[in-house]
Design a protein. Structure first.
Length: 247
């Protein structure tokens, strides 16, 4: 896998001064991407996502992600912060796909939590906040210790508590930034379930859909990004939009 095939991924790699450092995300990248088919697929898809960003947006995202390329969490969470920031590219592409123009990342304001993206559609403003929900603390601990942990066919109450909190927080962030009449608010959510292979993922999304029906979040659009997994099916929801990853 060459630089010409992954030009923007390699621009990220070039930001790292010492790739062999244990906290560096891309250590042994060339070897692993050739040996591991799934990892190669993931990064080819990431490259396609990054390529769709215009130059200004790409430079902004590179700057945001740079500090986290060598910021490994040693308590079972690895580089979750890095991947969470890269997930913002998926939201940017979603805005493109629904017909938005003038899409840009929102610079951070000191002392204030801002949403991630703004754009325009049909002459109306669009504000988008991106949330990544990562594996539970119990799952992180189990993976770190190499312990076996039973994969559950249903989501646990803690997941729904986290989802509700993130939706309300996203709503407040967007309203605080721009809550004028006609503004469209979108929360774009990427979930990394404890079920790493995705065996029960279809069930999970059905449960999430039922949860949203019972606690609708007024005045925001909820969008989920259904990532490719070993066990993978496209999903649809009645109470949210789903972007099913292709490839």
């Amino acid at each position: 896998m060459s630089r010409s095939e992954l030009p923007r991924v390699y621009q990220l790699i070039d930001l790292i001064q010492e790739r062999a450092h244990p906290s560096s995300y891309f250590q042994n990248f060339e070897h692993s991407i050739e040996e591991e088919v799934e990892k190669r697929r993931v990064w080819l898809n990431r490259e396609k996502e990054l390529q769709r960003l215009d130059l200004k947006a790409w430079n902004f995202l590179k700057n945001e992600v740079s500090p986290y390329l060598t910021a490994r969490n040693h308590r079972g969470r690895g580089w979750e912060q890095l991947i969470s920031i890269l997930n913002q590219a998926r939201a940017y592409n979603y805005l493109l796909d629904i017909g938005c123009s003038e899409i840009k990342f929102i610079p951070r304001i000191e002392g204030k939590e801002t949403p991630d993206l703004e754009a325009t559609i049909d002459d109306n403003p669009v504000i988008c906040e991106v949330k990544t929900i990562n594996k539970s603390a119990q799952e992180a601990e189990a993976r770190q210790g190499g312990l076996a942990r039973k994969t559950l066919a249903s989501l646990e109450p803690g997941f729904f508590k986290k989802l509700t909190y993130d939706l309300e927080k996203a709503k407040n962030q967007m309203a605080s930034y721009n809550n004028k009449p006609g503004v469209r608010h979108i929360v774009f959510i990427v979930i990394n379930f404890d079920d790493l292979l995705g065996e029960y993922k279809t069930n999970y999304y059905e449960e999430i859909d039922q949860h949203l029906a019972l606690m609708p979040v007024a005045e925001i659009d909820v969008v989920f990004f259904n990532q490719k997994t070993c066990f993978h099916n496209d999903v649809n929801m009645k109470n949210a939009k789903v972007v099913n990853e292709a490839g």
